[in-house]
Write a protein that binds this ligand. Structure first.
Ligand SMILES: NC(=O)c1ccc[n+]([C@@H]2O[C@H](COP(=O)([O-])OP(=O)(O)OC[C@H]3O[C@@H](n4cnc5c(N)ncnc54)[C@H](O)[C@@H]3O)[C@@H](O)[C@H]2O)c1
Length: 419
């Protein structure tokens, strides 16, 4: 089924009986941008799973915002998420969630509701459809990565950039770019700390993910709930998870790969889905820069995520677990106070990434200085897809060939009959 032509059957609208009991007075005096510094930004969360709950919590905890509407396919997700935000927002003297939208058309209902922004954290397959609806409805939009699972979806999302430009604030969920230590390291590399980058290496060794099951669930519901193990719904691990590292490659090199060769296999995790459990990819970037990547997603426990850029003046090291540094002529250690003799203090480089991104997003709304990250998000997604397709097709694949393929995937999950 095409994500553009999904037959959206049953409409199931559940309006919460919860009254807005907060004492907080919402004042939205008109400014040039329709916002004032004292206006609370209302968030509609589309896709009430792990990431949506986490990012929306970062918004509530770090900005003047509140979740007022939720949309999801399933009642259990809606109820658990409402409970979480009612509690969190009560602690802050903010409103309760007042609207719940359920089912395959819930994305249309939430974008038509009175929220200021829509946070899209549904499975990747639905992102082009959900992003289009949100931007068409004139909502500020935070779209989780990847922007799509196929080439056509990426092109559709890139095309939305023109519609959004200057009218709404749009982010894509690559939070690493906002982490203060990652940003500082990249700034130094861009200033020439390593000289002209020669080559790159990175890896994403991840733990296996939990299987979701429940009594009475149909095969289709099980597939949707376990979307991450399904190629069409999630894009495969290279595109769904490893994309973060490929986005860093694009960010630091300020380019997208020109071609890739790759291999991938299902060797350990064979009980579920059709995605590969490990990946080995070589990307070729402009200026004859080669970047290797390796990923796994079957370890019995959490692994390690790291990347390094190498140049004539030195190399940079970064990891999710900390220890960011530059070694060589322009030595630097993240978080170290050289004057105090600090060598390598413990830092959590991801700790401030999503909070700072949430702050930048809300600041952009309030100041009327809108970002437009759709093209960059589509480019990073296509870069990950390039590696995926090179592995699937067992040959070197160029950027041009990938774009010309107009690859389009359709899920066999008929969401019209779910929920
Ligand atoms: N930026 C990051 O670091 C990061 C981390 C994890 C996940 N993500 C991304 O966030 C997104 C969500 O991932 P997750 O881990 O929260 O998944 P999840 O399965 O926990 O949550 C997805 C939610 O979407 C709902 N849903 C499914 N189909 C829907 C539809 N058609 N309409 C409305 N709701 C629907 C599901 O019921 C579920 O509650 C994915 O794109 C994923 O790649 C990003």
């Amino acid at each position: 089924m095409s994500h553009k032509n999904q037959s959206l059957g049953r409409r199931d609208f559940v309006k919460s009986s919860v009254a807005a009991t907060s004492s907080l007075l919402l004042v939205k005096p008109e400014t040039a941008f329709g916002y004032a510094a004292n206006s609370t930004v209302s968030i509609g969360l589309l896709g009430c799973g792990g990431r949506g709950g986490s990012v929306a919590s970062d918004f509530v905890n770090n900005t003047d915002s509140q979740v007022t509407a939720l949309a999801d396919m399933f009642t259990d997700r809606l109820e658990a998420t409402r409970e979480h935000f009612d509690k969190l927002q009560a602690e802050k003297g903010r409103k309760k969630v007042s609207k719940l939208f359920k089912g395959p058309e819930s994305y249309l209902e939430i974008v038509d509701s009175d929220v200021d922004m829509v946070l899209i954290a549904s499975p990747p397959y639905f992102h082009p459809q959900h992003a289009k609806a949100s931007i068409d409805a004139g909502k500020h939009t935070y779209l989780e990565k990847p922007v799509a699972t196929d080439v056509r979806g990426c092109m559709e999302v890139a095309a939305l950039a023109a519609k959004a430009e200057g009218k709404v604030n749009v982010h894509v969920g690559f939070q690493i770019r906002y982490g203060s230590h990652f940003a500082e390291q990249t700034r130094r590399i861009h200033e020439g700390a390593l000289g002209d980058i020669a080559c790159v290496n990175g890896f994403y060794f991840a733990g296996d993910l939990g299987r979701r099951s429940g009594e009475g669930m149909s095969a289709a519901e099980l597939k949707l709930r376990n979307w991450v193990f399904d190629r069409a719904l999630g894009g495969d691990i290279m595109v769904e998870q490893n994309i973060h590292i490929i986005d860093v490659y694009n960010w630091v090199l300020n380019a997208h790969p020109l071609r890739a060769e790759a291999t991938a296999a299902r060797k350990v995790r064979t009980d579920i889905g059709d995605v590969s459990d490990h990946w080995i990819v070589t990307y070729y970037y402009p200026n004859d820069v080669r970047a290797s990547f390796m990923g796994t997603q079957f370890l019995p426990q959490w692994g390690s995520v790291e990347w390094r850029f190498f140049g004539p003046k030195g190399f940079s090291e970064a990891a999710y677990s900390g220890g960011l540094r530059i070694v060589g002529e322009n030595a630097w250690v993240a978080g170290a106070d050289a004057a105090a003799g600090d060598k390598a203090p413990e830092i959590d480089p991801l700790g401030d990434a999503t909070p700072l991104k949430a702050q930048a997003f809300v600041d952009g709304i309030k100041n009327g200085k809108y970002d437009n990250q759709l093209k960059q998000g589509a480019e990073s997604t296509l870069s990950a897809i390039l590696g995926r397709q090179a592995a699937y097709e067992g040959r070197e694949l160029s950027w041009g060939e990938l774009l010309a393929s107009d690859q389009h995937w359709q899920t066999d999950v008929d969401i019209a009959n779910l929920g």
